[in-house]
Ligand binder design. Structure first.
Ligand SMILES: Cc1cc2nc3c(=O)[nH]c(=O)nc-3n(C[C@H](O)[C@H](O)[C@H](O)COP(=O)(O)O)c2cc1C
Length: 325
């Protein structure tokens, strides 16, 4: 067992949270991670209030353990937030607020219902702001990760945030896919990890099978950090860039975003159809550098168990054996 301030605070067995990834998490995935002793989190930003109620009900029917729901704050509407508060998950997971949003008020509305708050940040300044607003856990996210990210590497942002917000527990996110990553992040001062890309490649994840294979085949160097996807989709995402596969659709529009803005009506439906069809050349596919460490589809519960087994062995055997008087 690896006990940390995070496992104690959240009453979970293992210091592993599965990232609430919009469009890629399912109640099955969330429940599998929670049942394995981690913290499963539903990505709810793509769901309307009624669907959030329904999905929360399905999760609760599959696990009695703590679980979370994630909302991207800059795009969340009042109905979505109310739905999350009403279904009372153990955790509200948040990220990417606009500067004019009152984090203190948002976190307080969760606390009033007994819901803990995990807030993800890409910079130390954002971490300080979230800690002052009352977040229970800060997630320090590095640029190695998939989806929307900042620009500091995980090995840099994690110790900086841990020092800034102590004693608030910090989870490390970005580039962690196995027990080696977990052990390393604990050494950097984290109380656990938040893992996205690794959990995409599980039978429980709702990601198209073709994209799971793309991640398995990836050597980790085939992504690009850009703002192309948000420009295509017309999303005003405060402060973020995104890590996506560098494929044909990305190559087509790189350096031509002025033209892309004019041709959204044609580009967006084609891209959405490509996502539905699992077309790895024409869809925008979000994943992180940890794709290099992922070699097979593995049940989410096994991912958790394997990470813990490997991290325990590193912490118990390999690292102590390196130290002598
Ligand atoms: C496909 C995908 C979708 C994501 N969607 C969200 C989201 O809706 N909300 C959020 O807070 N983070 C989202 N993230 C970022 C994750 O929370 C996390 O920081 C990241 O996956 C960690 O890096 P890793 O992918 O290397 O594990 C997403 C990541 C991916 C790969």
């Amino acid at each position: 067992m690896i006990k940390t301030a995070f496992t104690e605070l959240l009453a979970v067995q293992h210091p592993i949270a599965q990232a609430g990834m919009g469009g890629a998490t399912s109640p099955e995935l969330v429940a599998a991670v929670s049942n394995a002793g981690g913290l499963g989190i539903l990505g709810a930003s793509d769901h309307e209030a009624a669907a959030i109620h329904e999905l929360a009900h399905v999760i609760r029917s599959r696990t009695k353990r703590p679980y979370g729901i994630n909302l991207l704050l800059h795009g969340a509407d009042d109905d979505q937030m109310q739905a999350v508060l009403d279904v009372r998950p153990s955790v509200l997971s948040t990220a990417w607020p606009r500067d004019d949003q009152d984090l203190g008020a948002i976190f307080a509305s969760a606390h009033e219902r007994g819901i803990k708050v995990l807030h993800m940040v890409p910079t130390v300044a954002d971490a300080a702001k979230a800690a002052a607003a009352g977040a229970d856990v800060i997630i320090a996210q590095g640029t190695d990760g998939g989806g929307h990210i900042g620009l500091l590497g995980t090995a840099v942002i994690v110790p900086m945030v841990a020092r800034e917000v102590a004693p608030t527990p910090v989870l490390a996110a970005g580039g962690i896919a196995d027990g080696r990553g977990l052990a390393a992040m604990l050494a950097l001062g984290a109380a656990g990890v938040l893992v996205g890309t690794r959990f995409l490649v599980t039978p429980e994840s709702s990601l198209h099978a073709a994209f799971k294979k793309l991640i398995i085949d990836s050597d980790g160097s085939d992504t690009i950090v850009t703002d192309l996807a948000d420009i295509m989709l017309g999303t005003d995402w405060p402060g973020a860039v995104e890590r996506i596969a560098r494929n044909r659709v990305v190559e087509r529009w790189l350096g031509r975003t002025n033209e892309l803005r004019r041709r959204r009506d044609e580009a967006v439906p084609a891209m959405r159809e490509a996502r539905r069809a699992g077309d790895v050349d024409e869809a925008i596919v979000y994943y992180g550098q940890s794709a290099a460490l992922i070699h097979e589809v593995m049940p989410a519960g096994e991912v958790v168990a394997e990470m813990i087994r490997e991290a325990e062995s590193i912490l118990r055997e390999r690292l102590p054996s390196l130290v002598s008087d």
